[in-house]
Design a protein around this ligand. Sequence first.
Ligand SMILES: [Zn+2]
Ligand SMILES: [Zn+2]
Length: 304
Amino acid sequence: MEAHFLGTAGGVPSPDRSLPCSALRVNGRTVLFDCGEGSQRQLMISSLSLMSVDVLLLSHHHGDHVTGIPGMLQTMGLFSRGRGLSIMGPAGTSELIGGMMSTYGEELFYGLEVRDLEDGDSFFFEHAQVTAVATEHSAPSLGYVVREPLRPGRFLPEKAKALGVPEGPLFSRLQRGEAVEAGGRRVGPDDVMGPPRPGRSMAYSGDTAPSGRFAAAADDVDLMVHEATFPAAMAHRAEESRHSTAAQAAAIARDAGAHFLVLNHISARVEDEAAHMREAAEVIGAARVAVARDFDRMSIHHRD
Ligand SMILES: [Zn+2]
Ligand SMILES: [Zn+2]
C-alpha cells in the first residue's frame, strides 16, 4: 500500500498546494479520495496514472473537493478508457454526478457506477475492506477506513518441536497451512502459529470537526490522514466551520492508536507549517506526525 498526497490545501489553492486529492495504491490499482479542481493534472505530474484510478471516494460535496470531477471524467473518455469507474460518496452523490454529466453534456464511453454511501457501508477494493464512517462537517460527510485482512500468525518452531514435530519438511508443510502427523498425533497449523497479525491499514478523515466515531473506526491504523485546517489560534474558526486544528487532529490520532498521522487540508491561513506540526507533535509526539505536501508519498509496510 502506498499513500499519495496530490492536493493538500484546504478551501483555496496556493502556489504550493492544490485542492484536496489523495490516493491510495493497492496492488497496482488506485483509489482516489476527493477530487478538487486541478486533481487530474496533479495525478499526471505524480507517478500515478490517471487511468489507474478505479474508484473515487468523496468525503463531501464542498467545491474544493469535487470541482475536479467533470474534467477528469472527460479526460478519461478522451484517453479511450475501457474499464469502468466507480464514484462513491455521501447522500446526494448520485445527484451531484448526474447533474455534472447533464450540465457538461459529456458522453462517456466507459461504465460509470455512482453510489451513495451511508455510515458503516463497506466494499472491497482489491483484497482490502473500505468502510465509510459518518464524520462531523457542515455538510453530509464521510471518512473512510481501508484495512487489509488479518494475516496468519508467525510460525513458532519451538512450539512445533514441543509437539514432537521434527525440523525439516514437516515444518514447511505446517507453514503452508497443512496439518501433519507427528509422534502418532495430528498437529495443525493453528497449534504452531502465533496470533493473527493485522494487515496494513489507512484512514482518511475528509473535512471534519474532531470525531470520536472516526477515531473508533480508525482503531490501530497504520496511517491516519486527518484534516488540520487551522492552527490553534483559530480554534474558534475551526469550530464554526466544523473543521479541526492540528492539535485536535493529533488527539483523534492518539485516541485511535494510529501509528502515524499526516496532517492534511492545510488552510492558506496556516503561515508557519513548522509551528502547525509542533502543535500536533505536542499531543502525539514528533516521531508520529508529518504535514502533507503536494506529491508526498508514503509506503505503508507490514509492522512485522
Ligand atoms: Zn475542504
Ligand atoms: Zn468542506
